[in-house]
Design a binder for this molecule. Structure first.
Ligand code: EPU
Length: 306
């Protein structure tokens, strides 16, 4: 008998995490679980709490830096079919409104592209933003063209106790890269989109994607923007003006194309990236007297981020 006996999905012990992240860096997870459905997940959460094991949900790994020493706890991937469903729902908003319920494990970009192709407007701002619906809600992912929270009506969540709950948009209190999901685990989100001319919606999606491909190193190993933008300013522009583009530590470097990206070249370690983050933060503080805050989620072995 193990503490997880009865778990129905797939599981691995001492599982490498690097291949599950966009950085392709970091150590192993003590446990990696792929629950079969929400009930399987709820039981897992209850048992992990009884065992005093920290739990982390890994989406597409697009915004995560796992330390070289890995994560000494439970990592969960919501990649089984029930977490990847996209269902049509009755829209509350009347003429032109179109409601979808999307699972936490649904990939953001294909979802945004499919909606745009069908003339469902609201997710064009997600063009070129990798991730899953779960990560997009938690971080209120987005950029200059809009944020995911703009189209969320309500969400289904698992409370830390393992109980199911529904939260409305106002309870989530979306802000810049912020949402009050706290310790809850997102199961699905109800989205409110608008029916518009498919050609126009797709054109906007493609224009946003073009902007991203021209200004960001989408083909390199990174986790997107490393720092949040300070109020009214661009972290990328500040790092650029501080002369940090091209700065290297080990095999990690500040990207020349967009200074708020740190790229992990072949042979890089998570420690290289962490060191470079400190170098950038210290230099920007020196030059502008301004403290940058990280946007990426840094996983330390015992679950304590920096
Ligand atoms: N800029 C520079 N140098 C740089 C980078 C940017 O001068 O190295 C200037 C740009 O020319 C522009 C301004 O800074 O005038 C803003 O740049 P950009 O449009 O690239 O936007 P950003 O604020 O740096 C935000 C999001 C991105 C998102 C883009 C585009 C944050 C921290 N970043 O970047 O999100 O892709 O808008 O929508 O909110 C991410 O979160 O992973 C991410 C990349």
């Amino acid at each position: 008998m193990h503490w997880w006996t009865g778990f129905a999905g797939k599981m691995e012990c001492d599982a490498p995490l690097a291949s599950h992240t966009w950085f392709r860096l970091g150590g192993r997870a003590r446990f990696l679980f792929h629950p079969q459905d929400a009930e399987d997940l709820a039981a897992l959460i209850r048992r992990s709490s009884e065992e005093d094991l920290p739990v982390k949900i890994l989406g597409a790994g697009a915004n995560v830096l796992v330390s070289d020493d890995g994560f000494d706890g439970v990592v969960v991937r919501l990649d089984a079919a029930p977490f990847r469903e996209v269902k049509q729902r009755a829209a509350a908003g009347g003429g032109g409104a179109h409601a979808l319920e999307v699972g936490a494990g649904v990939d953001l970009m294909p979802l945004a592209r499919r909606c745009s192709q069908r003339g469902l407007s609201g997710l064009e701002c997600m063009a070129g933003i990798p991730g899953t619906v779960g990560g997009a809600v938690r971080m209120n992912a987005g950029g200059r063209f809009g944020s995911f929270g703009d189209v969320v009506r309500e969400v289904r969540v698992l409370e830390a106790s393992g109980d199911l709950n529904t939260l409305t948009r106002s309870q989530l209190d979306f802000g810049y890269r912020h949402c009050r999901l706290d310790e809850r685990i997102l199961l699905s989100a109800a989205l409110e989109l608008r029916e518009e001319d498919p050609d126009n919606v797709l054109r906007t999606f493609n224009r946003n994607l073009e902007y991203k491909t021209q200004t960001q190193p989408l083909a390199d190993h990174s986790a997107g923007c490393v720092f949040k933008n300070p109020q009214g300013q661009s972290a990328g522009a500040l790092i650029d003006r501080a002369g940090l583009k091209g700065t290297r530590y080990g095999q990690a470097r500040v990207c020349d194309q967009h200074a708020n990206f740190i790229v992990a070249d072949h042979g890089a370690t998570a420690s290289d990236v962490l060191h470079l983050i400190d170098v950038v933060r210290d230099r920007v503080r020196e030059v502008f007297n301004l403290a940058l805050e990280t946007e990426i989620d840094i996983w330390k072995p015992h679950g304590v981020g920096c």
